[in-house]
Ligand binder design. Structure first.
Ligand code: ATP
Ligand code: MG
Ligand code: ZN
Length: 329
């Protein structure tokens, strides 16, 4: 989707919100006019007053005194309506339109500027588009099984399961309590130990809370950013910016990209900007510290290994364990 298409989808959603608000308001009016005829009477009186004011304004006469008088009557009538609503067990504001956003009254704009609600919607639609092709729905906390973690002997197996149970609990708690002030996580350990599985489980839960989560391999993101940077993408997307401002960014398979200087500096830029903004990032990799140091250098590694919470995954490649058990991957 181009930026323009995303904007249109967002505006459609906002118009839908406004229509729903109006429709609900009409229903409340009908209900109250029926149940509390006194209010019905006042309402039709108020409608007439409104017409009168319009008429006076149109006629161009200088009748500001008359308008003031009508306005006063109007305010009085409003407070009688409120009292009657309350007496009949309704909330005072039952006849007021409920907007999803009180700042822009569901128009999406405040004085020609995009309202926060419109910006948030655009970010969410962008994230949904970007996550579309990932296997985000396949991995959850429910399908996580501790029995897959095995060592060479019983003692090692017991130790591994103890460590992985702690990691599982940490991730579950992280997802449950997520906020944009949450910690950064570095998941590391050999291949097939559930790093992607647990990071997707977190992504799922945090997405359901309504946060804007981006999940993909760092390689895919870097390719996309590179294409945009060198002008080979005409869609007008700004992936770098989107990654830097997502509520939660998950960079999977960190380290599978070539060590081109463009990639290294882009990664530094993303990690550093998000740290400065205090936004959480989860990185998973099967490289160890020395390999990372060699590939990304001190500037990136010192951040990842001191500021991020490190979770070291242990066990035997679960893809192999599953295959041995005769299960499909
Ligand atoms: N604890 C678990 N319970 C159930 N399935 C698991 C568990 N851990 C991993 N799996 C499954 O095993 C496969 C490999 O796991 P995953 O892709 O998460 O490993 P990884 O640590 O990300 O490996 P890599 O470093 O190669 O990316 C996936 O199909 C995943 O769903
Ligand atoms: Mg993985
Ligand atoms: Zn708004």
């Amino acid at each position: 989707m181009t930026n323009k298409m995303i904007l249109n989808v967002a505006l459609e959603e906002i118009h839908h919100r406004r229509n729903m608000g109006n429709a609900e308001n009409n229903m409340h009016f009908e209900e109250i006019n029926r149940k509390i005829p006194e209010i019905g009477e006042i309402n039709s009186q108020l409608a007439k007053t409104g017409m009168e004011i319009m008429g006076i304004i149109k006629s161009g006469e200088n009748v500001s005194g008359k308008i003031e008088d009508l306005k006063r009557k109007n305010t009085q009538a409003q407070s009688i309506v409120k009292k009657l609503l309350k007496e009949n067990g309704y909330p005072e504001d039952y006849l007021q339109i409920k907007y999803t956003c009180d700042k822009c009254f569901d128009t999406g704009f405040i004085n020609h500027d995009r309202c926060e609600c419109l910006k948030k919607l655009i970010a969410n639609i962008t994230a949904r588009e970007m996550n579309k092709n990932s296997q985000i729905n396949l991995c959850s906390f429910d399908t996580f099984n501790i029995d897959y973690y095995q060592g060479n002997d019983m003692e090692t197996t017991r130790k591994y399961r103890e460590i992985m149970t702690k990691i599982y609990r940490y991730c579950k708690k992280y997802a449950d309590n997520f906020s944009t002030e949450s910690d950064n996580i570095l998941m590391f350990g050999r291949t097939g130990l559930g790093k992607t599985h647990l990071s997707l489980a977190i992504a799922n839960e945090v997405l359901q809370k309504g946060y804007n989560v981006l999940y993909d391999s760092s390689l895919n993101y870097l390719h996309q950013i590179e294409k945009e940077y060198f002008g080979r993408d005409q869609m007008g997307n700004d992936t770098l910016n989107v990654l830097m401002s997502a509520d939660l960014l998950i960079l999977d398979d960190f380290g599978t990209e070539f060590d081109k200087s463009f990639y290294v500096s882009t990664i530094y830029n993303i990690i550093n900007t998000r740290l400065n903004r205090g936004l959480p990032t989860i990185i998973s990799t099967n490289m160890n510290y020395e390999e990372m140091l060699e590939k990304y250098g001190e500037r990136i590694c010192s951040r990842l290994f001191t500021v991020y919470t490190g979770l070291e995954f242990v066990g035997t490649d679960i893809r192999l364990v599953k295959r041995k058990l005769g299960m499909q991957n």
